[in-house]
Design a protein around this ligand. Sequence first.
Ligand code: HEM
Ligand code: HEM
Length: 223
Amino acid sequence: MIARLQAWGRSYTNRGRYTPVGIVFHWVMAGLILFQIGWGFWTDWMMPGGDKVHAYQIHSAAGLPILLLAMGRIVWRMLIDDPYNDADTQGLQTKIAHGTAFLFYVTFFTLPLSGWIMWSSIAAPGPLYLGGIIPWPQIPLGEMPLERQFVILDLAEDVHIGSIVLLLLLIPAHAGAALKHHFWDRHDVLRGMLPEIPDWEDDRATRRHKRQAPDLPKESEAG
Ligand code: HEM
Ligand code: HEM
């Protein structure tokens, strides 16, 4: 089973492409994280009250799936190697790209975990739900002495904000580098992270997509 999965993965990575699973992980998590950053700052800016609590409930519901997705993504990466493409031949740039990916993975854990800890310490604003539906437990911090809970809350808040600052530095650099590789260097790396669009000139695509004859006027109509 695993060997077949890996062979399927290689049918993409050998062509310098991420697998459809890798692509879905990347773009779903990127979308969720961008949403969380925007929504988090918007919520922080709101006046205290019921709406703000509700907004934080949405923030936690959308943020907790990132923890599970990150675990799934790590397992996937352990099973299926990344593709080797043009951008992997760039020496220091390649090392920086790998370092950036590693730091992204760190934030995929530090953000939801620190959020979960903040939510669980001192007067939690309400129950937690994964994706707004599945009940999610609180971390049992309530039994600790109050001073220790404050220390943990402070620390979790620092980790949350620190991770956000890190993301705000990494995301523009990462997206900028991807666009530079695509438009400036004409490398294949961004194409490998986008869904595959069947190409008429590509033999493999024509096997799946029947070529349509153009609608030419009949001889009698052509005059
Ligand atoms: C990748 C996931 C997440 C991202 C990108 C994110 C981002 C943010 C942002 C931008 C803020 C506003 C920071 C500020 O202006 O001070 C914030 C605050 C907050 N987030 Fe998250 N968050 C994530 C996950 C979570 C989760 C899963 C929870 C709860 C279970 C959570 C709970 C909170 C809380 C309680 C605050 C308020 C912190 C404070 O006022 O100091 N976050 N988050
Ligand atoms: C919140 C936003 C984003 C996050 C957290 C993120 C995260 C990541 C991570 C962790 C990887 C490593 C591959 C993997 O483990 O699957 C990666 C690869 C990649 N990302 Fe992003 N990404 C984001 C946004 C973007 C955007 C906006 C673009 C395009 C403009 C982009 C283009 C790419 C490309 C082309 C790769 C492949 C790089 C390579 O193989 O060396 N990403 N991204």
